[in-house]
Design a protein around this ligand. Structure first.
Ligand SMILES: Cc1cc2nc3c(=O)[nH]c(=O)nc-3n(C[C@H](O)[C@H](O)[C@H](O)COP(=O)(O)OP(=O)(O)OC[C@H]3O[C@@H](n4cnc5c(N)ncnc54)[C@H](O)[C@@H]3O)c2cc1C
Length: 276
């Protein structure tokens, strides 16, 4: 199948892009096209026009600040993997990027496109949630910052308004001695994860976080109290996930929990490893 006919334009600025989204007849943004391309071909989306933001200088920049790094939405997975972007986590971002699909996908796919697409199984969705990142959105009435925990609100659903553009992602610098583990289960490279988990250990500040992904919905973040108990081995992973699944209205039978429990155990082991 081929896409419906559409008009194509390269965006000249974020504000012009927002205007086009507001005024354009059924306009849609395209970045790397790695998710949108197949959807166009299958006619799951039928835009009247496509606005390409992949080369927009405003969202192709990455800037380091004392607090972390601001990564432009059109930065590709490959650029993060290759270290073209400062990684305030000391390598966690690079490792996550390198694990996304194949190099061909990483060369074109962008961090902003991945977050805006909000596939429940996407790597950046769970990693950015686990790292406590936030996104900056720009629309006709200005910019706003949204924590990742509020940005993805459902499967393929975000807090983006139809006339807003995701401009950048802010990744905070982890406190000294923070440990991190990210693990995902997939049957083979290039397939989306069936379960994923991140573990961020910062017990001294009481700021440890465990997040679960690939749930068919937005990630679940365990409460910091529960995360500390799991990390301190005062609560079993199985019990914590059983409660979290129940609270989220997800089926909590052993067969549904098994892969997710394994994901948390593996992420914990990675976080505790000597080379972390
Ligand atoms: C074979 C294959 C395997 C893959 N495997 C994985 C994997 O293992 N893990 C993983 O995480 N991903 C995987 N992906 C997805 C890949 O990471 C995509 O790059 C990503 O999901 C979308 O990024 P993109 O830049 O290509 O966005 P596009 O496909 O161009 O756009 C996706 C959506 O985001 C919107 N959008 C794009 N940019 C913006 C913006 N700045 N502001 C607002 N909306 C925007 C578009 O309108 C569209 O709705 C895979 C893709 C393929 C083809």
């Amino acid at each position: 199948m081929k896409p419906v006919a559409f008009k194509y334009d390269a965006a000249v600025s974020v504000s012009d892009g927002c205007g086009a989204l507001r005024d354009g007849a059924n306009a849609k943004l395209i970045a790397g096209g790695q998710s949108l391309g197949p959807m166009l071909n299958l006619r799951l989306v039928r835009p009247g026009s496509l606005l390409d933001v992949s080369t927009l200088p405003e969202i192709r920049e990455a800037n380091e600040t004392e607090a972390g790094v601001v990564i432009g939405a059109a930065i590709t997975h490959a650029e993060i993997e290759d270290g073209a972007v400062r990684d305030p986590t000391g390598g966690w971002l690079r490792a996550a990027a390198a694990n996304i699909a194949h190099r061909g996908v990483r060369n074109r796919g962008t961090i902003g496109g991945s977050l805006a697409h909000a596939d429940p199984a996407a790597d950046w969705v769970i990693v950015m949630t686990g790292l406590g990142a936030s996104v900056t959105l720009e629309g006709p009435s200005g910019r706003r910052d949204v924590p990742m925990s509020d940005f993805v609100i459902g499967p393929f659903e975000t807090a983006l308004s139809p006339d807003e553009i995701l401009v950048s992602v802010f990744v905070p610098k982890p406190a000294k001695d923070t440990r991190w583990g990210y693990w995902k289960y997939m049957r083979q490279v290039g397939e989306f994860a069936k379960a994923s988990a991140t573990v961020l250990i910062n017990s001294e500040a009481g700021a440890s976080r465990i997040a679960l992904g690939a749930l068919g919905q937005q990630p679940i973040i365990l409460s910091s109290d529960v995360a500390e108990k799991v990390i301190g081995e005062r609560m079993e992973v199985r019990e914590a996930l059983h409660d979290a699944f129940n609270a989220a209205g997800l089926p909590a039978e052993p067969e549904n929990l098994a892969l997710h429990i394994t994901a948390v155990h593996r992420a914990l082991a990675i976080a505790h490893a000597d080379n972390n």
